[in-house]
Design a protein around this ligand. Structure first.
Ligand code: PLP
Length: 436
């Protein structure tokens, strides 16, 4: 059992009992939570139990100022940040505004290095291999556009990769005559070897790069990136990993994937401020990958060349530190287990009905907090509008050529009552259909 009194005490919060109703104290939380990390790590073995401890997660939920008049089941698109992350960002922004050319450039930008060190440590990579970006799109496009390619060179991805990333390669097709090849993978995919084989079979002598999602945004499917990278490396093909939904969602390190390029947003599952992303480039690949915006030749081998984007706020990046502290305090494994538990709570109940189809595998390791559910016989867009219009439940309708359904992505602050409301609303439509 988690020692909640120590948890709250170390977070600068009163112990349970007097906790609810006592004003939240954001600065104390962020100041003291760092000390908490080692103590919480010592409970690693209990992650599955903690995932079921509603009192614990109610305390976690208090960090967020979300609107409880509605149910947000689209935390995958972009996440609210905890109140103290927002507060930190505002604090940094106000300080920067005192004399921006000095406070922002001379004081705050150097402070980003501390955040870089911490992020590198959290995902077990060298700090000289990670750059801060504004989102996953910027990180990915740095890789997609920064590689030298000749007309006729091929890039390989799936039909389920993110629209903007496919658009990016299509623009290179139109502009430079490269060739984009897209393979289909099963939905859901439960056989790692099959997925890797499908990629391998599509590699030709002209294939210069593979783009693959670590977690597919449409269904929450997790792909076997480590195996894919190992196969592709034998064929001398680098893999650009789209980790927009993976980082800080489930427990892994970038180093264990052994990839050359990893891109992610931090405003999704790390709960960092909106407009934060990360790019990992293996050290020996940095000189060969051009930045999106030009950098001086002297920076060719420097990861910071990807941060040469002109004047932009430092506050967002600095506040990543608060989000990281929160993430580490929760512990990645506990967070993962909780998100799986929430998903199973609604999905298993809905699966009791014949007309419910899940486009996501519930087998361990195949997905985490995101799943895609279809109600057979009910148009997905109409279902989404009904849930929102009548029940104030916010979901994401997905219509893909190979499948369709609602993408459901609760978060650490989602309550069981909110998930139950979703299930009951779905059951009502199963029984009575949509209102005319
Ligand atoms: C798989 C995937 N890749 C890339 C992105 C782009 O992320 P961002 O909009 O934060 O740049 C998203 C956004 O949802 C995504 O789901």
């Amino acid at each position: 059992m988690v020692d909640r009194r120590r948890f709250l005490g170390a977070l600068g919060l009163p112990a349970l009992g007097g906790a609810l109703g006592v004003p939240f104290r954001p600065t104390e939380l962020s100041a003291t939570a760092l000390d908490l990390v080692p103590m919480l790590r010592s409970h690693e073995g209990e992650a599955r139990d903690v995932a079921r401890d509603e009192d614990f997660w109610m305390e976690v939920a208090r960090a967020f100022t979300v609107d409880r008049t509605l149910v947000n089941l689209n935390n995958g698109g972009v996440s609210p940040a905890p109140e103290f992350v927002q507060a930190a960002m505002k604090r940094h922004l106000d300080f920067s505004n005192e004399l921006p050319a000095y406070t922002m450039w001379e004081i705050q930008e150097p402070r980003r290095e501390g955040v870089r060190l911490r992020m590198a440590r959290a995902w077990d990579v060298d700090p000289e291999e990670i750059a801060f970006t504004r989102n996953a799109s910027e990180s990915l496009q740095t890789c997609q556009l920064g590689m030298d390619l000749e007309p006729g060179d091929e890039v390989l991805t799936t039909t389920q990769d993110y629209g903007r990333m496919i658009t990016t390669f299509k623009q290179r097709e139109r502009r430079e005559g490269i060739v984009l090849r897209q393979i289909q993978i099963p939905t859901p995919a439960e056989d790692d070897a099959q997925v890797v084989r499908l990629f391998e079979e599509a590699i030709t002598p002209r294939t210069k790069a593979i783009l693959a999602c670590h977690m597919i945004n449409l269904t929450g499917q997790i792909l076997p990136i480590r195996d894919l990278v190992a196969m592709a490396r034998q064929r001398d093909v680098p893999v650009i990993v789209d980790g927009a939904h993976a980082l800080a969602h489930f427990d892994f390190t970038i180093s264990e994937l052994d990839c050359d390029y990893y891109s992610t947003s931090l405003h999704k599952w790390l709960f960092a401020p909106i407009g934060t992303g990360l790019l990992y480039v293996r050290k020996d690949k940095i000189p060969g990958l051009w930045p999106l915006m030009a950098a001086p030749e002297g920076m060719d081998a420097n990861i910071r060349k990807y941060e040469e984007i002109g004047t932009h706020p430092a506050a967002n990046t600095l506040a990543i530190g608060e989000a990281l502290t929160f993430h580490e305090s929760l512990q990645p494994k506990r967070k993962e287990e909780r998100l799986v538990y929430l998903r199973n709570h609604w999905a298993e109940r809905l699966l009791e009905h014949d007309r419910i189809r899940l486009n996501t595998s519930l087998l361990p390791g195949r997905a985490c907090g995101i799943a895609n559910v279809q109600m057979v016989g009910v148009e997905t867009g109409a279902l989404q509008r009904h849930l929102w219009g009548v029940h104030r439940i916010f979901t994401t309708p997905i219509k893909h050529a190979e499948f369709e359904g609602l993408r459901i992505s609760p978060s650490v602050y989602t309550t069981m009552e909110e998930l139950d409301r979703f299930v009951v609303a779905m059951e009502d439509v199963l029984k009575n259909g949509l209102p005319a």
